[in-house]
Design a protein around this ligand. Structure first.
Ligand SMILES: C[S@@+](CC[C@H](N)C(=O)[O-])C[C@H]1O[C@@H](n2cnc3c(N)ncnc32)[C@H](O)[C@@H]1O
Length: 277
């Protein structure tokens, strides 16, 4: 392709992504686009943030020469998110050739006991909120997906040491409490962790006025970073960049866990880059 052609194409794509054209463009993408990457970029699926996580995980796997990964949703409730995650995993696998297995974690009986103070937002959540119909959910899942029932305080250990076969690349945290988030995040810091060098994270409870740095998911992230020297969680910097819908509030929940220990061991085998682009 001529360089001028690709510049023109890039210009047209940028134009289509600008208001007011972007709404029409998205409608066309929803109707005609088959590529999962295109659909994710245009927010043309029900949960673009889930699809972005799966795609980014697969990109990281390919960078590391890995052909099989898993992704997980902590907090399943009725299964709405897990069914979509399974669907996106299957489509991305088909498109990229990287196998994507799916895990869902939940008590099955809804929110467990609260910790007893402000950290689990007792003025908002109650024991038993969001129960799951476990058999019905299992009945709708394919063999790509495993539902792990129990409190994550107990199930994460067995998952890492016994169940998990392939590296984890994307984690959705939607367990509402500080305590449950703290326990779920141990999947990333366990001494026997099996994770990609970068694990994409999506936190669902960050963008309402009653959330703050001293409770809930924010506190769990801060604790994680304070207690773990080898893995650090940070915002996904640049996640909004050049997207047609950068105002999507779900983008605020996109984070990345960087395995500093593993990254320190990397030595690139490619030749030096000749010039800056
Ligand atoms: C808001 S709901 C999840 C919604 C789901 N992600 C969706 O998109 O439809 C929160 C879920 O987290 C689960 N949960 C909270 N704390 C947990 C814990 N410690 N262990 C396992 N599940 C937990 C609850 O049972 C509840 O179903």
């Amino acid at each position: 392709m001529e360089p001028s052609q690709s510049k023109l194409q890039a210009y047209l794509v940028r134009l289509c992504a600008e208001p007011p054209f972007r709404l029409v463009s998205r409608a066309l993408v929803k109707r005609f686009a088959r590529s999962m990457r295109t659909q994710a970029w245009w927010d043309a699926v029900e949960r673009p943030h889930y699809l972005m996580g799966v795609l980014r995980a697969v990109d990281q796997a390919q960078r590391q020469g890995i052909t099989e990964i898993c992704v997980a949703e902590f907090g399943v409730a009725r299964g709405d998110g897990l069914f979509l995650l399974e669907k996106y995993a299957a489509a991305v696998e088909q498109e990229t050739g990287v196998a994507v297995w799916v895990y869902g974690f939940d008590t099955g009986t809804g929110l467990p006991d609260l910790c007893g103070d402000y950290r689990d937002h007792p003025d908002f959540y109650k024991v038993g909120d969001y129960p799951s119909a476990v058999d019905a959910i299992r009945g709708r899942l394919t063999n790509r997906t495993t539902l792990i029932i129990g409190d994550v305080r107990e199930t994460v250990e067995g998952f890492v040491t016994e169940t998990q076969r392939v590296p984890l690349g994307f984690v959705i945290i939607d367990v509402d409490f500080y305590t449950s988030t703290r326990d779920a995040l141990k999947v990333l810091s366990h001494p026997r962790r099996n994770v990609l060098h970068r694990v994409v994270l999506y936190f669902d409870e960050l963008d309402l006025d009653f959330f703050h740095q001293w409770a809930g998911e924010f506190l769990a992230i801060n604790d994680f970073n304070a207690q773990n020297a080898h893995v650090k969680i940070d915002k996904w910097h640049g996640v909004h960049k050049l997207r047609p819908f950068p105002e999507n509030p779900k983008l605020l929940g996109m984070y990345v866990a960087h395995d500093l220990e593993a990254i320190s061991r990397v030595a690139l085998s490619r030749p030096p880059i000749a010039r800056a682009t």
